[in-house]
Ligand binder design. Sequence first.
Ligand code: HEC
Length: 326
Amino acid sequence: MKTTASYLRVIGFMILAFFLLEFTIDSGEEWAIIKYPIIWAVLGMLFFFAIALEIVAAALQRILFASLSDEAKERYIAAEALRNQTRFGWFKRKYEDMLGAKPMEKEQDIVLDHNYDGIRELDNKLPPWWVYMFYATIIFAGIYLVRFQIFNGPNQIDEYETEVAQAKLDVAEFKKNNKDLIDVNTVEILTEPSDLAAGETIFTANCVACHKVGGAGGIGPNLTDDYWILGGGIKNVFHTISEGGRAGKGMISWKTDLKPSEMAQVASYVLSLHGTNPADPKDPEGEIWIDENAPVDNVQVKQVDSTEIEVKMTNDPVIDSIQPGK
Ligand code: HEC
């Protein structure tokens, strides 16, 4: 009995220590014990500490017991026995109450007076545990009725929609905090002035040598016109910056020098230069780039005269006029 109590105390202490550590150490989504393996060492030390404490306490008790007079020893043993008896008494009584069974000796009080070939019936009460659960279901039904039928609480579809909306916010938040997770497939054009300003800084530091200030073009092609050698649009431009141009042309891969977020910024800056007509532009190279992913019915192309066609996005008030060959 005593050793069992010691084991239980040590186990209880370890469980308590484990949860205390888990709750007090900020480890994000992960278990602290996985993120910080040092916790194993801490728990191990606490474990030895708890065992040592139990050993010391038991030894102390033995010494004190040995020092008692014979009469005091007897009293101690009697008191200990009583304590062990009453320790779980409350739980035992509650358990028996919940079963609600009549003790065998009192069964004659509740036996019914009919007799079927020697089979008799006891008029037992319903067991309290069952009755309480039944009451609980009635209360539950009442609350349910009022909350969901009368006050129109959220149904499963509403709950689903709230969760999806929250998840979208979480994804946006996550993307904001993890800008470098983007790649050529997920990159989107940035329009925040702060991102474009950062893009301009990167461009000035790394790109103007070949593309000139404002992207007018020098060794590298003009980045402000409608013509692209390697494709326009954020994904192609990001890809060109990340992987470089055609071999031997001079446009290197920047992915080792720039972070994905920086490549997205400079790519967005490059695209923001479109149509700015910088001084001394380099002649167009490549082909007019048409976004194949844009819904076709959003684009209206109108021939103005023999040298000019007008491209209009119906969902976008900006009208672009293109003069081929100019
Ligand atoms: C050493 C000179 C040089 C530097 C520095 C340079 N580029 Fe280029 N860039 C080129 C050349 C040359 C090409 C054409 C590549 C080809 O023809 O394949 C090019 C092509 C491009 C294109 C594709 C243009 C098209 O028409 O498809 C983009 C976009 C671009 N560069 C952006 C940048 C950015 C952004 C930087 C700075 C991070 C940069 N470049 C730095 C020389 C350079």
